[in-house]
Write a protein that binds this ligand. Sequence first.
Ligand code: URA
Length: 236
Amino acid sequence: MTSRYGRLDRFLSAALQQSRQSLRPLLAAGNVRVNGEVVMDRQRRVGPFDRIELGERLLQDREPRYLMLNKPPGVVSATRDDRHTTVLDLVPPELNDELHLAGRLDFNSTGLVILTNDGAWSRRLSQPETGVWKHYRVTLEEALDQRDVAAFAAGMRFEFEGLVTRPARLVIRGSNQADVWLQEGRYHQVRRMFAHRGNKVKTLHRLAVGNVRLDETLAPGECRALTEHEVKTIAD
Ligand code: URA
């Protein structure tokens, strides 16, 4: 995953397999262009989506990509798997190069998965400090009541990690159906929270991540590019 900003001379040194010292004349001669502009400052910060040229040679030219996918059940949230279809397998080949997942769903969970090649953007989305809410719709084996709502809001102790989950929101929609909003994404978190309450999740569907809602026109297995607005405002 290429995502970080770094110094131009470090980028050139890695791309050309030359020492940084040996690159100085190239820079001083005005041979290096970043996004079409000659750059002589070797300390200039460059990122994964800057277009970088050396003379006639194009060293980097990559477009950031952001997709939403409607994950069907029975698909692995991974880029590669020997036995099962992965979410990456569902993305058309011309779009799936270098993509990674910004947050996983379990094998049998369905709904919104976000994929990108922009590591800085996806890191911000998944950092607990950013506090992006994820919205799930869940059906359960047992009926729900207000004690479940209070327990989700209070947080639950996860012995394995030795922590208490952050306050979560549970809204009961019917005796065995609820909406859940979480700011975290711990392993099997929703399923484990209901297990704590002596209940069992039958289906789990993610409807939204931050301000981006799953596009209802996407059939299971389909994906589309996020709009510029969705990319900018997902974590607002
Ligand atoms: N919580 C779960 O338990 N599973 C998911 O797929 C997502 C959140």
